[in-house]
Design a protein around this ligand. Sequence first.
Ligand code: NAD
Length: 245
Amino acid sequence: MGLANKVAIVTGGGRGIGQAIALRLAREGAKVAICDVQNSEETAARIEQLGGAALALKVDITVESQVKEAVETVLSEWGRIDILVNNAGITRDGLLMRMQESEWDAVLDVNLKGAFLFSRAVLRPMLKQRQGRIISIASVVGLMGNPGQTNYAASKAGLIGFSKSLAREVASRGITVNCIAPGFIASDMTDALNEAQRKALLDQVPLGEIGRPEDVAAAVAFLASDDARYITGQTINVDGGLVMH
Ligand SMILES: NC(=O)c1ccc[n+]([C@@H]2O[C@H](COP(=O)([O-])OP(=O)(O)OC[C@H]3O[C@@H](n4cnc5c(N)ncnc54)[C@H](O)[C@@H]3O)[C@@H](O)[C@H]2O)c1
């Protein structure tokens, strides 16, 4: 599954799942640009400690000029872009009755518009190369819904529809576009759950445990590799069996 000589961009790579993805792609041999509003340097330093090549870029993915500048920087440093991972995402939970317009907009802006801006920005180099991988981190919530997360679910379901449409637009040019839908993955949020909450959550998961960021990273590494050349427009669940298609 080697990614030697490949260049990857990981949004939201400063911590959590994005950091695990960046580290895994680097271990596979890719050069990795971390685009985050915070902590990009920390992930880049860890990649360099592993002997890999990294670029730490401070980018707000909702701002077109910052996205364009980041893509230009990667191209001027490394000359190509093979893999884009749209991972950055936020939540602003609340029941719809009480949801503020600002909470709706913030989630749609980061989770969906950010992926649109970055995907559009990398298409030109990928089209020229006649090769590329665009992988977006959606969520099982986009497939099954979740009370209190109408904005988040809409953004993640949106990412899936976006990816299928883009997959059809660029398939003939050697570019694949896929999503990963994680279920419950260990994070600051799941660490804060009490025993009863944890049990209620795990009762829904056939494999009986919370996933790790590395489980998501492994699926990204596969989709990014040449082994996944014949897979496009798909959503792969990494959820311990929570949702079965
Ligand atoms: N943790 C889970 O259980 C879980 C489950 C399903 C899906 N996901 C999805 O996986 C992705 C990563 O989740 P996580 O748990 O690691 O989250 P996290 O909050 O730990 O990390 C998200 C990263 O995105 C960055 N970010 C936020 N807004 C940004 C912006 N405007 N521009 C650039 N960077 C920005 C943050 O700074 C942060 O480093 C998200 O898309 C999330 O929706 C997570």
